[in-house]
Write a protein that binds this ligand. Structure first.
Ligand code: BES
Ligand code: ZN
Ligand code: ZN
Length: 496
């Protein structure tokens, strides 16, 4: 997206100005915050025709005001937060888009704020860029048409050269663009986002970021004793990939953060095949991988002073002639055996190996993201991401990170009973529960068996929030990948 910070604007097509509504008793007053626009729109103001609900817009076409052709007045909360600014930005974006304006200027200093409230600028910029995402590259429209309608934005603020403002702008830009990068990985269909393509795309994206990328092929994965990942990949002609990103932003003595993400580029369920209705959505089964990579890219581009590893086991789960059969037993990298009693519970098998590998890196924390269980979507729907953790300190950090990011999370229970339900008959573990219910918790309990002792670990089940969140937030597509938890993981990394 074309967007810049500036002290003043040069006669853009549209001026976006803010109106704040305050209530004194029964009286409601609308205050236009642009210094001279209120004069020009005095009649309207007196007539009480300003938008009053937060994010509501009124367009004044052809107003010819101070060099601007049109004016868009948008109502903003009198106590705005970064999240309310993200949401207001989404409304601004969709209105400007429908106006097909080549340029637009947003009068940021009109946002009610403290002297240097950079998080509001950050929310505004993130909201605009996140809203600009669309996935239409597979439609045969000429590319030039898109370029023609793309609006160049200028954010007008007298603090435009202030270091803190520039930093917030830059941060918002990097974060939102990487969220859009990850959304695209999710939205690509399985045939165009195979494990190999996923790995190549990620490697290309790391160029110039300081991240060292390593990709293992099937032979290397087998040599590394990753029986879970090999077992799942055996049903497909596509080779699996094990993707390792490493970044050193801090002293070598500082222990790394480890991100792990499920990279199932298509999940038909394997021999325990899924019903056909809605199966096409299983191209999104790599969103955990896509989203941890998004967080990793952003952290490196922001030059954060942390060391991290980001690990994505990538494979398809198909039902080919060599596919894992129900009852088959595989051995994970740490030597633990598991019976595959349902080949559709495959995410936990590939994560098992990845979590073993992550644990060997002696990290200070492991955070994983996975579209792991349909049960998670049943429990929490598409609003909150459920997370499980073995560590109270980490739980506090996650809650704090979620408050800062504006992404909702919910702590889920994980106890010995869940683990008991995952005991195997013929092997150490079964990949499905012997009990009823709590399918997300028993899956998490399975994962816990591959995390090194005493390593703080959190597992985020994004099955309900990774795609098709249906307008829960206006800056994410109603249909398509959301980029869930990328912003939260970036906030989390700031705490290490
Ligand atoms: N990828 C699915 C989980 C999923 C389902 C995510 C629907 C989003 C929407 C996962 O691999 C899976 O199929 N899990 C099974 C586990 C079961 C067999 C124990 C499930 O949730 O049904
Ligand atoms: Zn599955
Ligand atoms: Zn799956």
């Amino acid at each position: 997206m074309k967007i810049q910070l500036s002290k003043s604007s040069q006669s853009e097509t549209v001026l976006v100005a803010f109106v704040v509504n305050s209530k004194a008793g029964k009286e409601s007053r609308s205050k236009l915050t642009h210094p001279t626009l209120s004069q020009r729109l005095k009649a309207t103001l007196d007539g009480n025709e300003m938008p009053t609900n937060v994010s509501e817009c009124v367009i004044y076409r052809d107003l010819q005001f101070e060099g601007y052709r049109h004016v868009l007045v948008v109502s903003v909360s009198d106590k705005p937060s970064a999240e309310s600014m993200r949401q207001t930005a989404a409304t601004v974006y969709s209105n400007i888009k429908s106006m097909k304006a080549p340029t637009a200027a947003i009068y940021f200093d009109g946002v009610p704020q403290g002297k240097k409230d950079t998080h509001l600028l950050q929310g505004l910029v993130e909201g605009l860029i996140l809203s600009s995402y669309s996935f239409d590259e597979l439609k045969s429209k000429p590319k030039t048409q898109k370029e023609k309608t793309e609006t160049a934005y200028t954010i007008i603020t007298k603090h435009s050269t202030d270091a803190a403002f520039k930093k917030a702008f830059n941060e918002a830009h990097i974060i939102a663009e990487t969220v859009n990068f990850s959304r695209r990985l999710g939205d690509m269909p399985g045939n165009l986002m195979t494990p190999t393509i996923l790995a190549n795309t990620i490697v290309t994206a790391t160029k110039g970021t300081g991240i060292k990328a390593t990709v293992w092929d099937k032979a290397r994965i087998a040599k590394e004793k990753m029986g879970g990942l090999i077992g799942v990949s055996n049903g497909s002609d596509q080779e699996p990939r094990f993707i390792i990103l490493e970044y050193k932003g801090a002293a070598a003595s500082k222990k790394p953060i480890c991100f792990v993400g499920k990279g199932l580029t298509f999940d038909c369920g394997g021999i325990s095949i899924k019903p056909s209705a809605g199966m096409e959505e299983m191209k999104y089964d790599m969103c955990g991988g896509a989203n941890v990579v998004g967080a990793a890219l952003a952290i490196a581009k922001l030059k954060m002073k942390v060391n991290f590893f980001c690990i994505v086991p990538a494979t398809e789960n198909l039902a080919g002639a060599s596919a894992t059969k129900p009852g088959d037993v595989h051995f994970a990298r740490n030597g633990k055996s598991f019976e595959v009693n349902n080949t559709d519970a495959e995410g936990r098998l590939i994560l098992a190996d990845a979590l073993c590998y992550a644990s060997e890196l002696k990290p200070q924390v492991i955070v994983d993201a996975a579209t792991l269980t349909g049960a998670m979507a049943v429990a929490l729907g598409n609003t909150h991401t459920g997370y499980f953790t073995n560590n109270d300190g980490l739980k506090k950090k996650i809650e704090q990170a979620s408050l800062a990011s504006g992404e909702w999370v919910w702590n889920m229970p994980l106890c010995d009973h869940h683990l008991k339900d995952m005991k195997g008959t013929y092997a150490d573990l079964s990949n499905i529960s012997s009990g009823k219910g709590a399918g997300s918790a028993t899956a998490a309990a399975f994962l816990s068996q591959f995390v090194g002792e005493d390593i703080p670990w959190a597992h985020f089940d994004i099955a309900g929030t990774a795609w098709h969140i249906g307008g829960r937030v206006p800056y994410a597509p109603k249909k398509g990948a959301s980029g869930a938890m990328i912003r939260t993981f970036i906030e989390l990394a700031k705490m290490y």
